[in-house]
Ligand binder design. Sequence first.
Ligand code: NAD
Length: 392
Amino acid sequence: MTTKTASKKATTKKAIAKAVTTKKTTSAKAKKPLLSTENKRTVCIVGSGNWGSTAAKIIGENILTGEAKNYFNEEVRMWVFDEDIPQADGSVRKLSEIINTDHENVKFLKGHKLPVNVKAVPDLKEAVTGATALVWVLPHQFIPKTAMGVKDCIDPNAVSISMVKGGVDIAEDGLKLCSESINEIVKHEVAVIMGANVADEVARGDFCEATIGASNKEVADVFHKLFNMKTFSVNCVTEVPSVELCGALKNVVALAAGFVDGIGMGGNTKAAVIRIGLKEMQTFITHFYPKTKTEVFSESCGVADLITTCFGGRNRKCAEVFAESRIQGEPKSWEELETAMLNGQKMQGTLTAQEIMPLIQHHRLEKKLPLMCATYNIAFKEASPKTLFDIL
Ligand SMILES: NC(=O)c1ccc[n+]([C@@H]2O[C@H](COP(=O)([O-])OP(=O)(O)OC[C@H]3O[C@@H](n4cnc5c(N)ncnc54)[C@H](O)[C@@H]3O)[C@@H](O)[C@H]2O)c1
């Protein structure tokens, strides 16, 4: 090789190396980190029910006193589906005005003060505009309309997390989950957070755990910073559908647990329902998502959430009275029970049971999911609560 050719080759090599380095630097520059102390994110909680207000309490406190204050702006917006709250003197006050003045959601999280940086915003578009960390926390039947209402004001840098348990639709190739419905509308990654989290206990600061499911680690980190605290210990996994489906399906098992209570059976029977329920959740989830890791079921979103929901929780509570009323020969409807027992809160297990039943039938899973089918038949097909164990 001549000296000239050798030097030409070396120059070309240098040029290529420079180009690679420059390209790397440019793309590294273009991709801003999702968490940064310079560009703090603004949080908007879309929903202000029992769990939404609890989320506001956790996030507000974390931003005021925890590491989160380095990455998030102090004010935490909470969209409030506003309503009039009657006062003792006969007057009425707007719920949003009460939250902003008294720092308490007296309708959905009574007895727990919200941090002062939580701001109730009754106008949905105003709440979402400019927000870059969106927390979706509404009963799932309200999600599509709400998300559609703000699809044109979503910030291009926003990331989302869904705390919604339920919202399972049929899609051509299997299921469409609530996080996917949100993603379709907002057009960015939507993580989920599920766990053994009965809101009032979380709000009073009892220790508990939760699971974030996010396929993108950076998105997981954003929400881990926002939620994780001493009394709310959050673990992240890389699967979204399994975590989300655990949160939806456990509410169906909770109906069965309520039927057990309503017909007067004890702890052994409840434990059997929980064990069979967990197996069926696993069967359902792995049928549609075969790559699901078994470990997900031992996270807070799996076995722990199932246990707490089958002992506490509104679905179990209403199902108990539903079964009791049938045993006593004075059957009450789900609508009656929801109105009488939940003070504006919504049941989720009944809707989810109705959503998954066509899927179970379509995929011929009846024999593999006897508890879920029996629960559906008791809830909607006039079967006696005592038939729960006929085919187990
Ligand atoms: N409460 C809990 O302990 C808990 C725990 C974990 C997860 N979750 C899940 O969180 C989600 C939200 O539940 P929650 O407990 O915060 O709600 P909730 O049942 O306590 O309250 C209902 C909320 O819906 C709002 N609402 C009523 N009509 C509406 C409408 N037409 N459009 C929009 N909003 C309307 C009400 O103002 C209220 O904020 C659910 O998916 C639930 O399964 C709840």
